[in-house]
Design a protein around this ligand. Structure first.
Ligand SMILES: NC(=O)c1ccc[n+]([C@@H]2O[C@H](COP(=O)([O-])OP(=O)(O)OC[C@H]3O[C@@H](n4cnc5c(N)ncnc54)[C@H](O)[C@@H]3O)[C@@H](O)[C@H]2O)c1
Length: 448
């Protein structure tokens, strides 16, 4: 071996040691991570850069589009709130060129030069936007959770597959090294036989007796409500706080839950649980937000694993409303040989050695993504599925939807993940919750 090889190898190992020390990840895993294929570099050539449309210009949509703009140009933006759309258009104006502004996403999708859309609408709009975009042959980076209901997932999968578009769900923890390492260790039996997964998600918010106010001029409120029932307007129903209403989202169950349940499922390695029970811990106040701020659920998987999902004060922006319960936001995997705790900031284990010892070459290796948006952009070129494909996103979102149905029916439920139907006692009632009535004209026909 030549001298250059030795020097560059030494530098590589130094880089790994520094990265391992900074991240708290084991050296063997960092080495593997850094040896993995380099991410595509943002291209300066206009021809190689995808053309992007942003639909839903709130906090997350704008953040995602910023992230995507490392690789391509945002040429059009759409929001039912004109102020949000104009704000995004200003943000993405480049060299004096302002993106086109739309109030109806179907018009944006008519633009032939758009290769991909980034969508950050509230949960109750995800499905129709994704279906319309797939039909318009646009690749999609769509926010989590995939859908508002179980049934919507089947429709989105069909549209994505029939139209052969690339779909990445915004469950970015799949591209995080800590979660990847945890799931790989669990799948390879590092903590023995997996027995329990404890999922702690930040709790929701309590609030009621909201003041009805005139709809702001810049907001197309009927379009914002979309498939959900017509309701009087107050600000707490709309931007950002939509997540605490059953009509538009799933409260804490699908807010952080969409991320952590996805990781739980990745480690468990099965399609879905077979039994679900859930209880409201802190009910919503009368005449206020409709999702409970605190809940607890137990899911049983076919391999005997129990998954306990609970709300916690940690990371909840509205924590002052909640009782302290001492648990942190994250996941704990408990096996016959020990446990691993993981969240976005750290990974720890009952015994350090569980993390330090490298997995053998023959170990099960989970799909790898260095960075969630990069993974999407790379998939646009390769036409291979990204790490959070539409089927993966559907199965992971289903966990939240199942918990919601158990909470709303107050029943212990049996679920057949293969047939995607409830069985046994209470099935007739629970199956009615698989789909929701969509207010016209915002049903599937709206997506073309
Ligand atoms: N991946 C993550 O970590 C993460 C973090 C936060 C939010 N999210 C997800 O992002 C989504 C948006 O959340 P947010 O906090 O940014 O909400 P937000 O209320 O700030 O933004 C939503 C935007 O969508 C617009 N909108 C509503 N209906 C529309 C339609 N039919 N067409 C076009 N625009 C429409 C709203 O006017 C608003 O500007 C949610 O689904 C949420 O779960 C993901």
């Amino acid at each position: 071996m030549n001298k250059t090889f030795h020097v560059s190898r030494r530098m590589f190992l130094q880089r790994c040691s520094l990265a391992a020390a900074a991240s708290g990840l084991p050296l063997w895993f960092v080495e593997r991570d850094l040896s993995a294929a380099e991410a595509p570099k943002p291209s300066a050539s206009p021809n190689a850069r995808p053309t992007i449309g942003l639909i839903g210009c709130g906090g997350m949509g704008t953040g995602d589009a910023s992230n995507a703009s490392r690789f391509g140009e945002v040429v059009a933006v759409c929001d039912v709130d004109r102020n949000h759309a104009e704000g995004a258009a200003k943000k993405f104006t480049k060299n004096g060129k302002k993106p086109a502004v739309y109030g109806d996403f179907r018009k944006l999708l008519e633009r032939g030069e758009i290769n991909a859309i980034v969508q950050g609408t509230p949960d109750h709009w995800h499905t129709l936007v994704n279906i319309a975009a797939a039909k318009a042959k646009k690749d999609i980076y769509g926010e989590k959770p995939l859908t508002l209901t179980l049934d919507e997932g089947r429709h989105v999968i069909k549209a994505v597959r029939e139209n052969k578009v690339v779909f990445q769900c915004g469950t970015q923890q799949r591209s995080s090294k800590r979660f990847h390492l945890t799931c790989e260790l669990v799948r390879n039996g590092r903590i023995g036989q997996l027995k329990e997964v404890h999922v702690f998600v930040p709790g929701g918010i309590l609030g009621n007796n909201f003041k009805s106010v005139p709809v702001p001029q810049e907001l197309n409120y009927d379009f914002w409500l979309g498939q959900a029932p017509k309701e009087e307007y107050f600000t707490e129903r709309c931007h950002r706080t939509f997540r605490w209403w059953w009509d538009y989202a799933g409260g804490p169950v699908t807010d952080w839950g969409a991320h952590h349940n996805d990781i739980a499922r990745w480690a468990i390695g099965l399609e879905g649980p077979t039994a679900i029970e859930a209880r409201v811990v802190t009910p919503p106040l009368p005449n206020g937000y409709t999702t409970p701020s605190e809940f607890e659920a137990t899911l049983t998987w076919a391999n005997g694993v129990k998954q306990i999902v609970k709300t916690t004060l940690d990371d909840s922006p509205f924590g002052q409303h909640l009782k302290e319960n001492g648990q942190r936001n994250g996941l704990k995997f408990i096996g016959t040989n020990g446990w691993i705790w993981v969240n976005r900031e750290e990974i720890t284990a009952s015994d350090k050695q569980l993390l330090i010892d490298p997995l053998p070459e023959s170990a099960i290796k989970l799909e790898y993504s260095k960075d969630h948006m990069t993974n999407f952009i790379t998939s646009m070129s390769s036409r291979k599925d990204p790490i959070a494909s539409v089927e993966t996103a559907h199965r992971s979102a289903s966990i939240g939807h199942l918990i919601i149905i158990a909470l709303r029916t107050g029943r212990k439920l049996q679920w057949d993940p293969a047939a995607e139907t409830f069985t046994g006692e209470g099935a007739a009632e629970a199956n009615k919750h698989i789909a929701r009535e969509m207010r016209k004209p915002y049903d599937y026909s709206f997506a073309g």
